[in-house]
Structures are given as C-alpha cells and as structure tokens.
Design a protein around this ligand. Structure first.
Ligand code: ATP
Length: 454
C-alpha cells in the first residue's frame, strides 16, 4: 500500500483490539471464525459509517426511501432469486492437511497451507440454513439472508403504492447478512456475519446505462468526500464474460488494503431480472404504470452494494498513520469528523476540585451535541496522544486560567494547533469545525488568542 506501507494487518488488528474497536467474537472461548464484535469505540465508528451512508443515500435525496425487512424470509424468495441453485462457491479440500479452500481464490492448484494435493471442486451453497418452529423437518427450512436486496424487491409494490414514488427512484436498506464463506480472513474483510448497506435504484428500461454511470460516480465520490485518498481507490469494470447471464454491467470499487487491492463495493446493472423472477414465481405483478407514457413495464434496476465491515476497514486503513514525534512515534487515525468515533475530548489540566467541577460543566454542555469523552488521567501530553490514537478531531483543555477568564483551549488533531476561545463559544465553534467550516463562532465582544503548538 502506498505511503501507509507501515500498516500491516497484524498491527491494525492489535491496535483495534487494544483500544476497543473490534474484538474476536466469543474471544474467551477461542473465537469463532468469521465473526467479530465491535467494542465501545468500534460501535461508534460503525454507527457513524452506517449513518453517513444513510444520510447520503436516503436523508439527503428526494428519490430514495428506506425500508427494513426481516432476516428470515419465505424460502420461495430464495428459489425465485436463484440463490438456492446459484449462490454457490467451488470448494476444494487438501488431501494432506484437510483444510478447505474456495477454488476461485487459489493461484495454484495446491494447498496454500502445506502445498498438498487438492480434491476435485465441488459446489457448496453458502447460505446458512436453519429451521423455523420446533420441528426440524424439510418443510420448516428457512435461510439466513445472504443479502438484503431480496427484501427490497419483494416489497417493490408496497413501496410504490404507499409512497407514490415515480421512476427513477430507489429503495435502501441496511442490516445483517450471513454467508457461510468457505474461507474467512483478512480481519473484518470477509466474515460470515456482516452488515450490508444496499439500495435498488429502479429506472425506466433504456435509461439503465446512464444511471449505472451516475451511481458508479456517486459511490466513488462518497469515499473521497469522507477523506479516503484517491490513489488508494480504483474502479474495476467487469468484463461481459464475468457477469451473471442477466446482468447488463457491473463494476467494483476497489481499495488498496494492506494485502493488496480488494473489492470494497459492487455496483450492478441487473435489468428486470429480479422483479421478473418474483413476478413469475409469486404470480403477483411487478409492473409499474408510467403515467407519462401510459405504458406498463417492469423497471430495470441498478444496485450498489457495500458491506459495513469493508467500509470500516477502509476508513481504518486509510486514516491510520504513524508520525515521528520528538523521540517517539505519534499513532493517529486521521478520521473524517463524520466518521470519528469520538468528536471531542474534554481534558482538565488537573484533578483539583474547583477545576474538575468547571471541566465537568464544560463536558455536560458539549455532550448533548456530539460524542464527547472526559479524561482526567495522566499528563496532558499523554492524553492528547491517546485521543490521537482514537482519532478524536478536537480536544478541549480547561486550565486554571479558565477559572479566571472563562476561556478554554481547542487543540486540533491533525495540525496539533491550539486556539483559545471563550467557553461560551465552544459548542458552536466545535460544531462549525466538525462540519468542516474553519471559522470561530464568538459571542459578541469575544476574542481569540492564538497559542503556540504543543
Ligand atoms: P467477494 O467476491 O469478495 O466474495 P461478492 O462479489 O460475493 O464479494 P457481493 O455479493 O457483490 O460480493 O456483495 C456485495 C458487498 O458485500 C461486497 O462488495 C462487500 O462489500 C460485501 N461483502 C460480501 N461478502 C462479504 C463478507 N463475507 N464479509 C464482509 N463483507 C462482504
């Protein structure tokens, strides 16, 4: 990976564990392959990533609405969608060490672990199966959804009828998905349980290519707006022969992870395949009435699909840095403020009672506005470093002078610059800075004093 060559997965995994971002699932029992738990910081990061996506795709658009469908669905859904027949990976097993591998992932026809000979490929359905109700019989089989998309297709008419949306419009959904991956790995990149963020953008047949390009662009730019470096991202357009038979076009947004380029998000132009399959299998019409042309037709769909874990891993890798700092190294996550798990830390210079009370009041005034942490342990320098390691964009320091002049110091993570502002202006100044405006919001008569960097 370019300038982050210092970042290895081992380093990232251990930092994530040490600081409470991400732990192996059921860790005290040795973990469970492909499953991860988000700790106190990780959950904030994950919520921020998912909310940033929701804000962009749903909240700020007239033409996309959200939905939240159940994980378990009528198994006929998966027959109609083709998952029962086609959601399969080629599995091979090492004849020597018996490890199993996904044949697609192998560069050579031998076991990557011991070099042993591999069995013939056999197809393995990666949907998790379970039973609904107390009797484990075939009639009770249900699947844990491997994607959220089908919940949106089967609700197409419900959404059209209740929202009166006209084409083009989209339905968006976030939520857990499960895939019984043959091999898991690369931390949260490939897990067996993960959260998806997907939307189906329905368009008039004939306009799909322009919408496909539009969404490829929008999605690529989303990462740039959230601070991901442009040369760490690339677009991989799929060749016709690599597409599913019904697909019109497909592209992956790839990120330069520490082990190399990997798929971050997939965008697919799927034609009328999904709605038509459900119309045929359910006997219910999936047609749309176009009031402008007075035609009935089944819309085409463009689908951008992103795993929250891969987005989180991208933001972690891209924001990570180790900078020389006097004799030491400053470890810092340069998260975009929208993504940063903690926005502001309030740090009283000392634990003395009168100062602690003052700092607590400052903290209480800020915490309703953004995720704020109070930290009064160790030296101020160490506390700044700890917040850098969590990626906190701003620290507010309250000292004994504050008791006299009602001013506090704001210290910025990336530049480490410090400014002193009136306590009464803290909230609005921080809100403006977190929103990307480099201004100071002062009450009338307020003044700002620049302080030396530290
Ligand atoms: P891959 O080729 O990496 O298995 P895919 O092509 O099967 O991925 P899609 O079915 O297109 O992936 O899934 C859409 C998105 O879901 C992916 O771009 C990725 O962000 C995410 N995703 C897929 N599988 C996993 C997984 N096992 N763990 C975490 N995220 C996943």
């Amino acid at each position: 990976m370019p300038e982050n060559s210092k970042l290895t997965m081992d380093k990232l995994v251990s930092l994530c564990q040490r600081r409470g971002f991400i732990f192996p699932s059921s860790d005290i029992y040795g973990g469970l392959s492909g499953c991860w738990d988000y700790g106190p910081l990780g959950i904030e990061l994950k919520r921020n990533v998912m909310e940033a996506w929701w804000r962009t795709i749903v909240q700020q658009r007239d033409d996309v609405v959200g939905i939240d469908t159940s994980i378990l669905m009528n198994p006929k859904v998966w027959e109609a969608s083709g998952h029962i027949v086609n959601f399969r990976d080629p599995l091979v097993e090492c004849k020597n060490c018996h490890l199993r591998w996904k044949a697609d992932d192998l560069k050579e026809n031998k076991c990557p672990s011991c070099g042993g000979e591999l069995t013939e490929e056999r197809m393995f359905n990666t949907m998790f199966k379970t039973h609904a109700g107390p009797i484990e019989e075939d009639a009770a089989v249900v699947y844990l959804r491997p994607e959220t998309a089908q919940g949106m297709f089967v609700n197409f008419q419900n959404v059209v009828n209740t929202t009166r949306k006209r084409l083009p419009f989209g339905i968006a959904q976030q939520g857990p998905a499960f895939r019984n991956e043959i091999t898991t790995g690369n931390f949260i990149f490939r897990s067996r349980e993960f959260e998806l963020m997907e939307f189906e953008y329905f368009v008039k047949p004939g306009t799909q290519d322009q919408w496909f390009e539009y969404w490829v662009n929008e999605r690529f730019n989303w990462y740039l707006k959230l601070g991901v470096k442009k040369d760490h991202l690339k677009l991989h357009r799929k060749k016709k022969e690599d597409l599913a038979h019904y697909a019109i076009a497909g592209a992956d947004i790839e990120y330069d992870f520490p082990w190399g380029w990997g798929e971050l998000e997939g965008i697919a132009s799927r034609g009328a395949y999904d709605l038509t399959q459900h119309a045929n299998a359910s006997g219910k019409s999936m047609e749309y009435f176009d009031d402008e042309t007075k035609e009935h037709y089944v819309p085409y769909v463009v689908e951008p699909s992103l795993g929250a874990g891969r987005a989180i891993l991208t933001f972690l890798c891209d924001a990570f840095d180790e900078e020389p700092d006097k004799d030491e190294t400053r470890v810092v996550f340069h998260f975009h403020p929208d993504i940063a798990p903690i926005k502001v830390a309030v740090l009283p210079l000392s634990k003395k009672e009168n100062l602690a009370k003052y700092a607590r009041d400052v903290f209480d005034a800020l915490r309703p506005c953004f995720t704020t942490q109070y930290d009064d342990t160790q030296s101020i320098g160490r506390r700044y470093r700890r917040q850098d390691e969590l990626g906190t964009p701003y620290c507010v320091t309250v000292d004994f002078e504050s008791l006299e002049d009602n001013m506090a110091t704001i210290r910025e993570r990336d530049s480490m610059n410090q400014i002193r502002v009136p306590v009464a202006a803290l909230k609005n100044t921080l809100l403006a800075k977190l929103a990307g405006e480099d201004i100071m919001v002062l009450p009338e008569g307020g003044k700002v004093v620049e302080k030396k960097q530290g």
